[in-house]
Design a protein around this ligand. Structure first.
Ligand SMILES: [Zn+2]
Length: 378
C-alpha cells in the first residue's frame, strides 16, 4: 500500500465522529477496506450504532496474537478552542490534527494496515493475527468486555494494544480500575430544624472518613512489586439543592486503581462493610452501584511480545502503568497473556485540545508493527 493511501485511511476514520458512540461507521469502513485486500471480518454488534470489528489472518498452527485498538474518542468540549477543526483531520507542518489522532485512531489504522500488508506481501508467520477493534473503551470498556464474553479473546496468547506510548515506552503490566458510585439517601428538612431531617451529605462524610481508614489497612497489606500499592480517589459529588435545606440525596463517585494483591472482590467488600456500618448507625441509607470493575493485568517485563518490540525499537523502555486498557477485559480468560501496550503518539496529548500526531510517526509505526507481529508469530 502506498503512503498516500495510508494517510488517507487515517484521515477518513478521523473524520468519522465517534464521541462515545457511532463506532459502527468506523467498523464498516474498516470491514470494506479489509475486504478490498481479501481479508474477511466480522461486525460484532454491541448496541444500536455501536459495533466492534474482528478479523483473522492465519498461517500455520502457531499462537494467536490479538492486535487491538478502540474506535471511540472522547468529547471535544469547546470546538471553538481548537486551532483546526477536530473532525477535519488537517495536516499542517507534518502533523495531523484531530480528536483521536493520538488516542487512538492512528494506532488502530496502523494495526489494520500492518495486517493488510502482511497479507498483501505474503509475509511468513506462524499462527493467527486477530484484529479486535473495540467500542466504548473510554467510558466503561464495553466493547472489549462484550468481545471477551462472546469468546473472541479465548485463544489469545498475546495482545498488542496500540494506545499511545510514544516511541519511548512499552507497557507490560497495568493496574485494575474500579469505577463506582455511592448514593446517600437522607430526609429533607428546613435547615433551621436539622433534627427533623437526615443529612445525606453528612452520611457520606462519615462514610469517607471510615472508608479511607479501612482502605489504608488493605492497601498497605497488598503491595505489588511492579505496580506498587492500590489507590482510591473520591472524585465527584453531586447533591443538595437549596442552601437552607437539609439535603435528601447526594451521589458520590469514586475510582479505585488496584493491584492483583487487592482483587476487586476484596476492595468492594471493604466498601460494602463500611456502608453497612454507616447504615447500621443511621436512619439514612447508603447504596453502592459498581459502574466498572476491571482487573489488573500482570505480565512479565521480558514477555515475548515486549521482547519483539525491543528488538524492533532499541530505544524503548518496558514499564508498568497505572492506567487501564482493553487488555484488562481480554485477560479475563484466565491464562497469562503476553501484554504490550505500545502505540504512536505522545500520551500527554491524548484528550487535549489540538490533539496531534506527526504523520511520519504514524507511518513508522505501521512498519514497526509489521515486524513486531512477524517476530512474535515466527
Ligand atoms: Zn485510548
Amino acid at each position: 500500500m502506498n503512503k498516500e493511501k495510508k494517510i488517507e485511511i487515517l484521515r477518513d476514520i478521523l473524520k468519522i465522529r465517534t464521541i462515545n458512540s457511532n463506532e459502527e461507521e468506523v467498523a464498516i469502513y474498516l470491514k470494506e477496506l479489509l475486504k478490498e485486500y481479501g481479508i474477511e471480518s466480522e461486525i460484532v454488534n454491541y448496541s444500536p450504532s455501536r459495533s466492534s470489528l474482528v478479523a483473522d489472518l492465519k498461517k500455520g498452527q502457531g499462537r494467536t496474537l490479538g492486535i487491538s485498538g478502540h474506535m471511540d474518542v472522547v468529547d471535544i468540549e469547546d470546538e471553538n478552542k481548537w486551532t483546526y477543526p477536530p473532525f477535519a483531520a488537517e495536516i499542517v507542518d507534518g502533523k495531523i490534527y484531530a480528536r483521536g489522532a493520538v488516542d487512538m485512531k492512528a494506532g488502530l489504522a496502523a494495526l489494520v494496515i500492518a495486517m493488510i500488508e502482511i497479507k498483501e506481501e505474503d509475509l511468513d508467520f506462524n499462527g493467527k493475527i486477530r484484529l479486535l477493534a473495540t467500542v466504548g473503551e473510554e467510558i466503561g470498556m464495553y466493547g472489549s468486555k462484550d468481545l471477551y464474553e462472546k469468546g473472541y479473546a479465548d485463544e489469545l496468547d498475546g495482545v498488542l494494544i496500540a494506545e499511545p506510548t510514544s516511541k519511548k515506552s512499552a507497557v507490560y503490566s497495568q493496574k485494575g480500575s474500579i469505577l463506582y458510585e455511592i448514593i446517600a439517601h437522607g430526609r429533607a428538612a428546613h435547615s433551621s430544624m436539622p433534627e427533623e431531617g437526615i443529612n445525606a451529605l453528612e452520611l457520606l462524610v462519615d462514610y469517607i472518613n471510615l472508608a479511607n481508614k479501612e482502605f489504608g489497612k488493605i492497601f498497605s497489606k497488598g503491595e505489588n512489586k511492579v505496580l506498587g500499592k492500590s489507590l482510591n480517589a473520591h472524585t465527584v459529588i453531586n447533591g443538595g439543592g437549596q442552601i437552607n435545606s437539609i439535603p435528601e440525596k447526594v451521589v458520590m463517585k469514586a475510582n479505585a486503581r488496584i493491584v492483583p494483591e487487592v482483587p476487586g472482590e476484596v476492595f468492594l467488600k471493604t466498601v460494602n462493610d463500611c456502608i453497612e456500618k454507616i447504615n447500621s448507625q443511621s436512619e439514612g441509607h447508603l447504596e453502592l452501584n459498581v459502574i466498572q470493575d476491571l482487573p489488573a493485568v500482570e505480565s512479565a517485563k521480558d514477555n515475548d511480545l515486549i521482547k519483539a518490540i525491543e528488538e524492533v525499537n532499541k530505544e524503548v523502555k518496558a514499564m508498568p502503568t497505572t492506567g487501564a486498557t482493553d487488555a484488562a477485559n481480554f485477560s479475563r480468560v484466565g491464562k497469562k497473556i503476553d501484554l504490550a501496550v505500545y502505540g504512536p503518539g505522545e500520551p500527554r496529548l491524548a484528550h487535549t485540545i489540538d490533539e496531534n500526531l506527526p504523520v511520519d510517526e504514524y507511518l513508522e509505526y505501521i512498519e514497526a508493527c509489521k515486524q513486531i507481529i512477524l517476530k512474535y508469530l515466527k
